[in-house]
Design a protein around this ligand. Structure first.
Ligand SMILES: C[S@@+](CC[C@H](N)C(=O)[O-])C[C@H]1O[C@@H](n2cnc3c(N)ncnc32)[C@H](O)[C@@H]1O
Length: 400
């Protein structure tokens, strides 16, 4: 804390923060943001037991159901309650982004940047016993961690995980949402998922390792699916069917989360290091890169476009950028991406996030978008935009 308050930020960095509506006090007033946990639904009675175990009180987050805050120095990873899957470690702002989707039982939900899976687990808890959740990520090791988490919390039953590029992913939700194990042992039929893969698949995987095929050039690899995911018993050609754009309007996903990739560690600890490395290095490595990193913003835009393409008419998409990094709250990675997307697609309409009235957030540069600033929200920081897919008649009016 002492160290942070002494930090003198250079003029260029202060100007950069101002241009992006970021309050520099987060860098000078220290890192006192609490940690958050979410209790597994139905385990509210375990609250006292958990408090005893981790030796601190779980403070209820009044604006977000199921969430509690704990002091930043309390670690939960070694606690029995965490290891037994009674609680999740997830920032409250991340929980808010999932809530903004307005998930209803029976929905088919897509998480286009799913790993390591904290938000996907929350979606599955909200779905309860119905609907399906599909998680996509381009990083295999992160997706494997996501699979472990789904298994740990026992929420994998109606989920599918695909290793794929979210900018081109095209697999629609399955229509058969109550799939049951099939006795058909045709090699192209999906059986129940098992960590022990059949010999033929292992041989194919070994071959692919020698001649790697990036997911965007091949068929998305399904690396986990649950008993009632609707995948069991399906033939590969049925699962990997692609639809015409018009068909997605009726057979697409009800809700899509694009929790986009962001880079540049702008965390307090990271920025502090530039005091030793030299502030000119900060300009070169972070500020200039941020202004010119068109690769990143075009990835974010393409993820948003593809997520929206897979959305049903009347469906809801939430675009958010990852928390824990403060620089990722810049306009370039958030409002500018949303602005460009809305300008290009007349069927996309920005929606008011009604429940945000009770959240400790403020408006983004574009009305109806919201920002959780770490310093005012006491969360890790997040940008959230909620977008609805309009039916063609309403979209026409949008153009006029
Ligand atoms: C902010 S993290 C997602 C966090 C996740 N939603 C959660 O709650 O745990 C961004 C993720 O996007 C993934 N990613 C990056 N590029 C991608 C792409 N082209 N397609 C799909 N996922 C991508 C990264 O591997 C990373 O796991």
């Amino acid at each position: 804390m002492e160290e942070t308050s002494k930090l003198q930020l250079p003029e260029t960095f202060l100007r950069f923060l101002e241009a992006n509506g970021l309050d520099p006090s987060i860098y000078t007033h220290g890192d006192s943001i609490p940690r958050y946990v979410r209790l597994k639904p139905g385990l509210e009675d375990s609250l006292e037991e958990i408090e005893c175990e981790i030796k601190c009180k779980l403070e209820k987050v009044n604006w977000l159901a199921g969430f509690y805050s704990i002091p930043p120095h309390v670690h939960i990873a070694s606690s029995k309650a965490y290891q037994q899957g009674k609680m999740y470690g997830i920032d409250a702002a991340s929980g808010a982004a999932v809530s903004a989707l307005g998930i209803s039982p029976g929905d088919h939900v897509l998480d286009l940047c799913a790993a390591p899976g904290a938000k996907l687990c929350m979606m599955l808890d909200l779905l309860g016993e119905t609907g399906t959740a599909t998680g996509v990520d381009v990083a295999k090791h992160r997706l494997a961690a996501c699979r472990t988490i789904l298994q740990k919390y026992g929420v994998g039953q109606r989920s599918r995980l695909f290793l794929a590029d979210g900018t081109t992913f095209s697999v629609p939700p399955t229509t058969n949402s109550g799939g049951s194990p099939c006795l058909d042992d045709h090699e192209d039929t999906f059986q129940q998922w098992t960590s022990r893969r059949p010999y033929k698949e292992r041989k194919q995987a070994a071959k692919a390792r020698n001649h790697p095929v990036l997911p965007q050039y091949g068929q998305p690899e399904i690396i986990f699916y649950g008993q009632s995911s609707g995948v069991i018993g399906l033939q590969k050609k049925e699962l990997y069917r692609s639809l015409d754009q018009q068909e997605y309007a009726f057979c697409g996903y009800d809700k899509v989360l694009v929790d986009a990739e962001c880079t540049h560690d702008g965390s307090i600890k990271h920025i502090q290091k530039f005091e030793q490395w030299g502030w000119t290095t900060l300009e070169r490595r972070v500020l200039d890169a941020e202004r010119t990193d068109s690769n990143l913003t075009s990835l974010q835009l393409n993820l948003l476009k593809n997520g929206f393409r897979l959305l049903k008419q009347g469906g809801t998409l939430v675009y958010s950028t990852c928390s824990r990094v403060t620089i990722s709250l810049t306009h370039a990675q958030n409002e500018d991406v949303v602005d460009q997307f809305l300008a290009e697609d007349s069927s996309a309409e920005l929606q008011e996030i009604e429940m945000a009235k009770d959240w400790p957030c403020r408006s983004g540069r574009i009305p109806k978008t919201v920002r959780f600033d770490p310093w005012t929200s006491a969360t890790s920081g997040l940008f959230v935009a909620k977008i609805r897919k309009l039916p063609p008649k309403e979209a026409e009016k949008n153009v006029l």
